[in-house]
Design a protein around this ligand. Sequence first.
Ligand SMILES: Cc1ncc(C[n+]2csc(CCOP(=O)(O)OP(=O)(O)O)c2C)c(N)n1
Ligand code: SF4
Length: 323
Amino acid sequence: MVTKEIKTIKDLPRDDYLTRGHGACPGCGVAIAVKNIARVLGKDTIVYVPACCLIVFSALYPASAFKWPFFYTAFENTGAVISGIKAALKRCGKEVTVVGMAGDGGTFDIGLQALSGAAERNEDVIYVCLDNEAYMNTGIQRSGATPFGAWTTTSPIGKKVQGKREFKKDIDVIVAAHNIPYMATLSIAHPNDFVRKVQKAKSERGFRFLHVLCPCVPGWRSEASKSVTIARLAVETGMWILYEVDHGIEKLTYKPKTLVPVKEYLQLQGRFRHMSEEDVEKLQTWICERWKHQFYEEVPVPPCKIEEAKKTLIIDEDPLHGP
Ligand SMILES: Cc1ncc(C[n+]2csc(CCOP(=O)(O)OP(=O)(O)O)c2C)c(N)n1
Ligand code: SF4
């Protein structure tokens, strides 16, 4: 049977593999992402989910909201388990898409070693990082993905320290450095870009990495109705860059006309409410530096103080990007 290629959201089949009855919070970015990824990947798929919100809300024994066969063991081993499932299926002569769906804690931090091993061996699997920027299901602890300034229960607000002091780890650059066939960042607010990237990952062979920003209502202290708006603002402010690396070729897949000041993103989320002007400036400078480093392009002022950012940029000496 020839399956139609999914290029836009209009081509998306209505068959759901994450069905009704799951227990995600209203407005959950993870649920929105997984439902739509599943529609693109279709029926011949096996999913592995480690400890994270997704396993808690979708598959509590003995019920499951997945229509796919799913597997679950420990928190740190997504890369290893999906490699094993694929090897076993290959041995049985079965052509099945194997996908691992892990949180940011399970990807950036505790699962990084297994992820790196699978990527380096170019295992024939899809790895999806559902990035809600903290360890949410265990009570909102900071992870390597939590942005600078954000409140979490382990980056609290006090007299001396106000929220997380470190900037978000650039996991995409780390994963892309394994020279995998395909890597992409996705947003639930850009559905055509979203489905095209999942389709591309599905049609490739070898290790594929999809990284989705997933707004989280209790963790981000935001309104359920604002999850897609927040996801869109993440892209418009440069907090989240939509791009892909296809066989080593890096391409920006959506570029904001003008970069919106990060304040507009921050003000919709209680996790940033305490941030001082100085900290907002620091975050804004980080965005501008990152944008230029990634795409070798200055951002017009406002919002970026390019002169200030230049002092700390080393882009001209970067052998990978060139002058
Ligand atoms: C080795 C180990 N350490 C800690 C835990 C407890 N634990 C289960 S899920 C989780 C947090 C998962 O966070 P993340 O991967 O970001 O997913 P989210 O809950 O945000 O979806 C933790 C700490 C565990 N299951 N195993
Ligand atoms: S805590 Fe956050 S990620 Fe978890 S189900 Fe609720 S909204 Fe989704």
